[in-house]
Design a protein around this ligand. Structure first.
Ligand SMILES: Nc1ncnc2c1ncn2[C@@H]1O[C@H](COP(=O)(O)OP(=O)(O)O)[C@@H](O)[C@H]1O
Ligand SMILES: [Mg+2]
Length: 441
């Protein structure tokens, strides 16, 4: 056998994905979770990108460490191992189903999993390379349709999948996340956003930057804040009727492969299973549709998203539930997804963000501007649209009053946090970029 050639195709702070070629038609994909592998892959991947492109902007270097600065320790190694096992067990559970890359083998010590190479582009690749300005919207129904197929398989094999994924060493890895754990995660996203873009934080705590909660004011506000977030999570569950469907957890353009003969696009495979969970049946739909390429939101886009949602919930698979209730649940998940996205992107390095959107328009080509214009502005718009009295509710066939009120409360909660922190696009631009002449420019 000739020597295999390895190319790093994707890196993340906790994994690296590698194409391994033994010969022209003999290829496989390896996903590596070992800290040493990841550090090396970051070096190779990011360095090659720096050469080829335009990551000159140094102004953010303080809060965007080189992603290769991954510091392995025992704790991280254990959490790497659990991510690794989750990926392995899900791939095994889906063996024989052609909507997921075939599982080949895994290496326990190296934390590497090997699978079939999918020789078709991801939706992400299509979105990045297309000249069609409508392409993001054209992908809404493509992703929804494929999710419907994937969901049908998951529903049909639910018990077997849950049992298989939870089999073997380690804690149950497929479960409904506890409210506490979810609240801690959501708090982290919200504090990340408030610290990065909040303009009303007391001067002392701003000067201390993004470190710990130290100031007295923050100590006093932490308890009610955390209680608020916990109740937000509880309400989110209630709106989705505490469902415990299998869901992918990162159902988004980078992880979905399409076949595009003659402009007729169809989703064919989905990869990346280290975030699978049990929860609301519309969670994956929200993460698919509120992808970064579909932002910033406009009323037209939101209408197009809701059209896709409408078709999805009227499909054969989802019967027996009030359609307007489902839409309300979807809107709650969408809000959650937008907050999560803002938090995740803010915590990411600019170099890593550019993997997702490699050619941001010139007016967005710093990290802060990019996030402000895409996500923060979308959140703001979304919250206005679905607040009490917002136009969104008139459009979306009046979801039954109880759910609608819950969702409006959810929106109101995030809105009040943002208002108190000064997180509005106008505020931020005025404070951080005083020379900037407002939102439209
Ligand atoms: N089986 C595969 N065949 C072809 N490309 C793949 C395969 N698995 C992953 N990839 C590519 O590598 C990228 C990263 O893999 P993924 O499992 O999604 O890792 P991450 O958890 O870092 O997102 C994907 O977005 C896709 O472009
Ligand atoms: Mg992925």
């Amino acid at each position: 056998m000739s020597k295999a050639q390895e190319t790093v195709i994707w890196v993340r702070p906790d994994s690296a994905t590698v194409l391994i070629e033994y010969g022209p038609k003999n290829r496989e994909v390896g996903k590596y979770f070992h800290p040493d592998d990841i550090t090396a892959a970051h070096q190779r991947y990011i360095d090659s990108r720096i050469e080829e492109s335009r990551i000159e902007s140094r102004e953010n270097s303080e809060n965007t460490p080189h992603p290769g600065a991954f510091q392995p320790n025992k704790l991280q190694h254990d959490s790497q191992r659990s991510l690794f096992y989750r990926e392995v067990q899900v791939l095994r559970a889906f063996r024989g189903y052609n909507g997921v890359p075939g599982f080949y083998r895994h290496n326990d010590t190296m934390l590497r999993v090997f699978m079939e190479y999918v020789d078709e582009p991801t939706i992400h690749k299509l979105l990045v390379e297309s000249n069609d300005s409508e392409i993001a919207e054209k992908m809404f129904p493509v992703m929804a349709k494929f999710l419907d197929c994937f969901g049908t398989y998951c529903d049909t094999h639910h018990n077997r999948i849950v049992q298989k994924v939870n089999e073997g060493r380690g804690a149950p890895r497929l479960k409904v996340r506890s409210v506490d754990e979810e609240a801690v995660r959501l708090s982290a996203h919200l504090t990340t956003i408030l610290r990065a873009y909040g303009v009303n934080l007391p001067a002392s705590s701003r000067a201390q930057g993004k470190a710990r909660i130290t100031s007295e004011v923050e100590q006093r506000t932490w308890q009610p804040f955390h209680r608020g977030v916990t109740s937000f999570v509880e309400t989110d569950r209630k709106v989705a009727d505490n469902e415990s469907f299998f869901y992918h957890g990162d159902f988004s353009p980078q992880n979905i492969f399409v076949n595009g003969s003659e402009g007729n696009y169809a989703g064919i495979r989905v990869c990346d299973f280290d975030k699978v969970q049990l929860g609301g049946r519309l969670k994956d739909l929200a993460s698919a549709l509120y992808n970064i390429h579909a932002l910033p939101l406009t009323e037209r886009r939101q209408r197009s998203i809701m059209g896709t949602v409408d078709d999805y919930i009227h499909g054969e698979r989802i019967g027996g539930k009030n359609a307007t209730d489902l839409k309300a649940a979807f809107i709650a998940h969408a809000l959650y997804e937008l907050v999560r996205k803002a938090g995740v992107l803010t915590a990411m390095s600019w170099a890593n963000i550019q993997q997702f959107v490699p050619h941001p328009p010139p007016d967005e080509d710093t990290k802060d501007f990019f996030i402000l214009h895409r996500v923060i502005s979308s959140l703001e718009w979304f919250m206005g649209y679905y607040s009490k009295g917002g136009d969104g509710w008139k459009q979306d066939v009046e979801p039954s009053s109880s759910k609608k009120n819950f969702v409006q409360e959810q929106v109101g909660f995030i809105q009040s946090l943002f208002n108190a922190g000064g997180v509005t696009l106008e505020n931020i631009l005025e404070h951080q970029y005083p020379e900037h002449e407002g939102v439209g420019n």
